[in-house]
Design a protein around this ligand. Sequence first.
Ligand SMILES: *[C@@H]1O[C@H](CO)[C@@H](O)[C@H](O)[C@H]1NC(C)=O
Ligand SMILES: *[C@@H]1O[C@H](CO)[C@@H](O)[C@H](O)[C@H]1NC(C)=O
Ligand SMILES: *[C@@H]1O[C@H](CO)[C@@H](O)[C@H](O)[C@H]1NC(C)=O
Ligand SMILES: *[C@@H]1O[C@H](CO)[C@@H](O)[C@H](O)[C@H]1NC(C)=O
Ligand SMILES: [Zn+2]
Length: 597
Amino acid sequence: MTKLKAELPGPIVPRSRRPKWPLVSAITFFATWSAWLCLFAPSPSLPLSERRIRQHSADSEMCVQTSPLIPQKNGSLWNNLTTLHATDDFLARAISQLSVAVQIPTETFDAMGPIGEDARWQSRGSFVDHLEKSFQLLHSTLALEKVNTYGLLYTWQGSDSTLKPILLMGHYDVVPVASSSVDQWTHPPYSGHFDGEAIWGRGSLDDKAGVIGMMMAIEVLLEHKFTPSRTIILSFGFDEEAGGYQGAGHLAPALLDRFGPNSLAMIVDEGHGYSERYGSVFAVPGIAEKGSVNVEIEVQTPGGHSSVPPEHTSIGILAAIIVHLESHAPKSTLQIDTPVFEMAQCFAAHGSTMPPAIKRSIGRARGSIKDLKAAEEHLVQDRMFRALVETTQAVDIISGGVKSNALPEQAQTVVNHRIATQSSVNATLSRDTKLVMDLARKFNLSVTAYGELLTPPGSTYGSVALRAPQSLDPAPVSPISAPPFRVLAGSIRTARNTAAGGRGGGVRCAGALTALLDTRFYWPLSAHIFRYGHRNLLDGTLGGIHTVNERMSQVRFLPFSSGADSELMRADVRADAFVEIITYFTALILNADEAEL
Ligand SMILES: *[C@@H]1O[C@H](CO)[C@@H](O)[C@H](O)[C@H]1NC(C)=O
Ligand SMILES: *[C@@H]1O[C@H](CO)[C@@H](O)[C@H](O)[C@H]1NC(C)=O
Ligand SMILES: *[C@@H]1O[C@H](CO)[C@@H](O)[C@H](O)[C@H]1NC(C)=O
Ligand SMILES: *[C@@H]1O[C@H](CO)[C@@H](O)[C@H](O)[C@H]1NC(C)=O
Ligand SMILES: [Zn+2]
């Protein structure tokens, strides 16, 4: 029986990841979910057992979990490797590799000059040299192609060329450390200092842990004579933190050139790890991403002296348009078979502290509009959850007017939209156009939307133009019922279980939404793209990602003692988090090698 009382750890909301549109902070979304959890800090008056809840939910098939997947074909190798991973020597080797990698600052700044001109790219060269020295077996076995100077594309040729390759992605650049924050670090940000508990430094989690974890897994597999039957490709970007245009933006086309569309069995990039949700441990591989678009709206009217003003100036008209947009904000509706709905089903099926009434509604939502509405009503009460469900709009920039005695000829605004997975850029643009059109007659304006004149030709008092220079549709949703997701989920569960000494098999996998990452360049290459970085985030913090004191903890003590699934939690008291990442990549590589994908 679960005790229904949990003090959930508060999310640490780091400073905004990237000021530059169109990138959304992955981390904000993570914090988002943590915040969403707080909504359901359960009331103690609901002592229903898990079993009874199951009987009440009509959707018995909801969020079926793949069993932990243990490599069979190379089972003996797997056993030997996990035994090795558990040794102190291996832990020391792993710590040292990550520590040294952190000591090379590969900072990415916004608006860097061209490669070869801007000296700040050069840190990449040192890092690549370092990789070549540190992983010699890997570099003598895998083919390395450098794309756009610092993009790294490794090919580990499989023996069976009829099998579609898998692609593992990462990035080795890091967000800069603000000089004003250096003294807030417990250990200097590029020290890679290991204090017996954690490896400190920028990149220790995001994403050198991914890159080095992957390389260590492969180096050790090579030391043990493993040869893949399915080709494995690694691609490492070097400017993900500024949008990935130089790295992923060149690597993906190079792969597309070589292999063609839909040629890869699966792609796994960085993303969220696993953490506590509703009293249970959930890994949340990203299977979808919202889209985004900035709509610029510009109003023009005749200028003149402000002593003889018209009824409405450009600014007044723009204000009316903004009010109209905000009073017709997009509605949030929970729709079945969207990634958000399926994620909610996972939390309902496996989250031990979600209130039973909500579990029931979510469980029955597929077959009952009434329950779907009830589930929605509960879930969208939280602003953070609502942001996942709906297309959002935020009026972020406004300008107009230059002088107090001159009528403003122009006024502009920028509306930022994040587009729901079930919607599109087109639908979002049309909606804004329609709302602007509503006011065109009233203010006697011509309307030009995205280059097309929509109002009848003829003289008008003024004009309004909508523009959307950059936009991105929501990502195609990767299926969670197909073998690639099952291989990923099974490998995650196995890695967790192995690292927790056989008592971590309780981790559940729920397909989730993530923010824009490097994967957006790779969409044509595979229908199975997952954003998941195996990271132990059970302590409820984000380990300092993108802020001060980023660190890879070796030992994580769980802060929650009561409530939740305490048996499961106890199993997690000690975990060597970085070694577990290596175990995860080992499981993924071996499992993908023998699976039918
Ligand atoms: C695993 O280790 C045992 C004992 O050292 C050895 O006999 C066996 O060959 C190893 N298996 C593999 C696949 O490396
Ligand atoms: C892995 O499995 C394959 C197929 O059974 C086998 O040929 C190969 O020797 C194994 N490799 C290792 C290193 O155990
Ligand atoms: C969006 O609308 C434009 C113009 O109507 C059209 O050409 C384009 O194909 C549409 N795109 C999608 C993805 O529907
Ligand atoms: C709109 O403005 C134009 C130009 O000032 C004017 O000629 C026209 O009569 C106006 N139309 C209406 C409906 O007020
Ligand atoms: Zn990252």
